[in-house]
Write a new protein. Structure first.
Length: 383
């Protein structure tokens, strides 16, 4: 999780315990001495505080909602924890909510108790299933928790067993969750093939999501399976959604961020975090590393990295034949009383014929006054 608050970047990160860091530029980070949690005999550390203090996690996501009317809930966290399902006598992953006024001191959203690092089954708020979270966002009044599941918790549409695929639970308040998840995304190369966990093509981890008003941008793990750990790898891919449930790839299996090479800190596999930011003319995407080449034993190291790109440079349209015209239609835009603002991200507008924008009706007929010679010309680079 990364957020820009009052010109200061703030980051929560995890290593079973949740810690806090700050930055002035999003690149160079410091670990402030919070003095909140005793660790190894003193409180000189950057650990954030939890109630109950036994809470620990393998994954957490934070939302900062400045418009939240309850100041004690301005920061919201979904924490992925372990539990043992009493009915199945099986250990699974599940998620529980925490609230905070400042992002540093957290209290459980519901009554909960931990024992031996696991939340007791009776304090679980999600249905009794195995669910590993990846992204959290609010869409049209409902919170959406995107995660991954596997057979026997989820199956393909034709009944075949599935490797790890993306599903989504919804809630109005992060406490009361709908019983059934929605099937959101499956790797195209895995559809119709009986999934073999860890050895096939999977979506692992599921998408961390950036809410961009009319579109949701997801960064997910392209798990390339194999029989041996040393032959497995995770790159990061891109998928998008316009309804908060169904995600699709603009280009199937396109690698947005590639895992590092031998000797680099991010060799073997990448883990996306829900950390996105615009800084001037650039977009920052934060991620972590998971070295699969030495799994299941892991070296005592960790880290957070960042990739930069031109602002919103997730993709582009261009002419293949530069001597010919190119045309594309946008999604339908519905008129509003106060007008509609169209934002275009343009590069090389001054080379050759500049792009122009015109309006057509629902039958494809140009609208007078907004087409032809009256179409808008985009003559400057930028957004």
């Amino acid at each position: 999780y990364v957020a820009l608050d009052d010109t200061v970047f703030k980051r929560a990160y995890k290593g079973l315990r949740v810690a806090y860091a700050e930055s002035d530029d999003g690149i160079h980070w410091t670990k402030p001495n919070l003095g909140l949690v005793e660790y190894r005999g003193n409180t000189n550390n950057n650990l954030v505080a939890f109630d109950p203090p036994e809470a620990c996690t393998i994954h957490m996501i934070v939302l900062h909602e400045a418009d939240e009317p309850d100041p004690t809930r301005r920061f919201k966290m979904m924490m992925n924890v372990q539990t043992r399902l009493a009915a199945r006598k099986k250990n699974v992953a599940t998620s529980v909510a925490f609230f905070s006024a400042d992002g540093l001191r957290w209290r459980a959203a519901t009554e909960m108790e931990f024992e031996n690092g696991q939340i007791k089954d009776e304090y679980r708020t999600l249905p009794p299933v195995h669910f590993e979270q990846g992204g959290l966002f609010r869409w049209k009044g409902m919170y959406h928790l995107a995660g991954q599941q596997i057979t026997p918790w989820v199956y393909q549409a034709d009944g075949k067993v599935a490797g790890r695929v993306m599903t989504t639970y919804r809630s109005p308040d992060l406490i009361h969750w709908q019983e059934a998840p929605a099937f959101g995304f499956m790797r195209g190369t895995a559809i119709g093939i009986p999934g073999k966990p860890a050895e096939d093509e999977e979506a692992h981890l599921p998408s961390s999501v950036w809410h961009r008003n009319n579109v949701l941008l997801g960064v997910y793990g392209i798990w390339r399976g194999a029989a041996e750990w040393k032959d497995r790898i995770i790159d990061l891919g891109l998928n998008i959604s316009n309804d908060g449930i169904h995600f699709r790839e603009p280009i199937r299996d396109y690698v947005l961020i590639k895992a590092g090479q031998a000797g680099e800190w991010d060799v073997g596999g990448l883990l996306q975090g829900q950390g996105f930011a615009h800084v001037g003319d650039e977009t920052y995407i934060y991620y972590g590393a998971w070295d699969l080449t030495v799994a299941p034993k892991f070296p005592p190291r960790g880290g957070v990295g960042v990739v930069t790109m031109r602002r919103d440079g997730f993709g582009y349209l261009s002419r293949i034949d530069e001597s010919a015209a190119a045309v594309f239609d946008t999604m339908t835009i519905h008129p509003q009383q106060n007008g509609v603002r169209l934002i275009a991200n343009i590069d090389q507008a001054n080379i050759g014929s500049p792009p122009h924008v015109e309006l057509i009706d629902n039958r494809g007929k140009p609208i007078a006054g907004y087409s032809g010679k009256n179409a808008a010309r985009l003559t400057q680079n930028g957004t």
